[in-house]
Ligand binder design. Structure first.
Ligand SMILES: *Cc1c(COP(=O)(O)O)cnc(C)c1O
Length: 395
């Protein structure tokens, strides 16, 4: 039987693993040996489910989008992760990881963040649980993402600037790893997507899999069948996509589409289309597809959307790409921005620009007429208002 889930060594096909420095081994090994038992514990599941319901606001609606459906001649449903507390799917994972950290007896939380969305989701759950929180963020990103820095501070987190290298996400990640090496006993490192060393990709996918679990029962109720013809999500690191795909991976009749950020165009040198441009390499301690130069230096990615601006992709997605289980489609800034505006005008929903990449597949003709499609609406666009204003000259 083919399976797209992780094997016991932490691999998805040839991708994944835990390529960590020796000094990180005890931390990662503790997590690896404990996470499945903790997740399987009914008391853990009860607490996780309760918080997802009462704090996050789950289940999120599966909304039948009448006007989009009319326009594109298909039945189109939107999975409303934008209605989660903090405005996106990321909190599903941070709730799960902080509960896990407590079970492991950890008393301090660290995280890395690029655009600040994962930092905010982490600071939120640390406030909820009364745990101190340090978020590492590149100095360049701190300057670009001032509102999220303010949110994290208001939530009681300490934001530490990474001042080496390009002073962006990759450097923040290095600082977080250094911190974890120095504080192996009391600290848990909350990674924000299905990336990093095993068991993170699998653990984060399991926490996010509540999305596909809900889609199955909601679609059953609405349409009398659990499976859509097409299932669509945007992929940065890949956590909202992994959650939306999870329970459908071994159901081959469900066609899986992944929208990745082409930036100004795949061949312009200003892109983040990892499946189109990447080669096998190691990033964040995981073997995966990675944008790199001929001599293996990581290429600086570009996308108008900060959340998709990542030079790699999680190992599950590299495997879905390599096996053909998912079709990866590059979407430019311009295509995404038009799709975001279209959803705002047709449905009264302003999507995150990350999400707009997934929505763009409709206008690009990736969904044949007459199909039943579910699009994961990963987040809301309030954080992106200034980008929309500048792009469409709305002010
Ligand atoms: C962070 C983010 C993404 C990209 O991250 P994934 O791990 O690929 O899901 C997508 N959409 C929204 C709204 C985000 O905040």
């Amino acid at each position: 039987m083919s399976s797209y889930h992780v094997d016991e060594n932490g691999f998805y096909g040839e991708f994944g693993g835990a390529f960590i420095p020796e000094m990180l081994y005890p931390n990662v090994e503790e997590l690896r040996t404990c996470y499945l038992d903790i997740l399987a514990d009914p008391a853990f599941q009860a607490e996780f489910r309760q918080l997802l319901s009462d704090y996050v606001g789950r289940p999120t609606p599966l909304y039948y989008s009448v006007r989009l459906s009319e326009k594109y001649g298909s039945k189109i449903y939107l999975k409303r992760e934008d209605l989660c507390h903090t405005g996106a799917h990321k909190v599903n994972n941070t709730i799960g990881q902080i509960l896990l950290a407590k079970r492991l007896g950890k008393t301090r939380i660290i995280a890395e963040t690029g655009a600040g969305q994962h930092g905010v989701a982490t600071a939120t759950v640390c406030a909820l649980m009364g745990l101190p929180c340090v978020v590492y963020m590149g100095a360049v990103d701190i300057a670009r993402q001032a509102p999220n820095v303010a949110r994290m501070k208001l939530l009681g987190a300490e934001v530490r600037a990474a001042t080496s290298g390009s002073r962006t996400l990759k450097d923040a990640t290095n600082e977080a790893i250094r911190d974890w090496i120095n504080n192996p006993v009391d600290t848990h490192y909350i990674i924000g997507s299905v990336v990093g060393p095993h068991p993170y990709p699998d653990m984060v996918a399991r926490f996010q899999s509540v999305i596909s679990e809900e889609i199955q029962s909601q679609l059953q109720e609405a349409e009398g069948r659990p499976d859509p013809d097409y299932l669509i999500a945007c992929v940065g690191g890949g956590s909202n996509a992994a959650g939306a795909y999870y329970h459908y991976l071994d159901r081959p009749d469900v066609k899986i589409l992944a929208a990745e950020a082409a930036g100004k165009g795949v061949d312009t040198g200003e892109s983040a289309a990892t499946s189109a441009l990447g080669r096998v390499g190691i990033i964040h301690a995981s073997k995966t597809l990675l944008m790199q130069t001929d001599d293996g230096q990581i290429t600086e990615p570009y996308s108008i959307s900060a959340g998709l601006d990542y030079p790699g992709v999680g190992p599950l997605h590299a495997h879905l790409f390599a096996t053909g289980r998912a079709t990866f489609i590059p979407v430019t800034d311009a295509e995404a921005m038009q799709a975001g505006r279209e959803l705002a005008e047709l449905e009264g929903i302003i999507p995150a620009i990350e999400t707009s990449h997934a929505l763009a597949l409709l206008a690009m003709g990736s969904v044949p007429k007459g199909s039943l499609a579910v699009i994961n609406l990963s987040g809301r666009g309030d954080k992106d208002l200034q980008t929309y204003i500048d792009y469409f000259k709305l002010a």
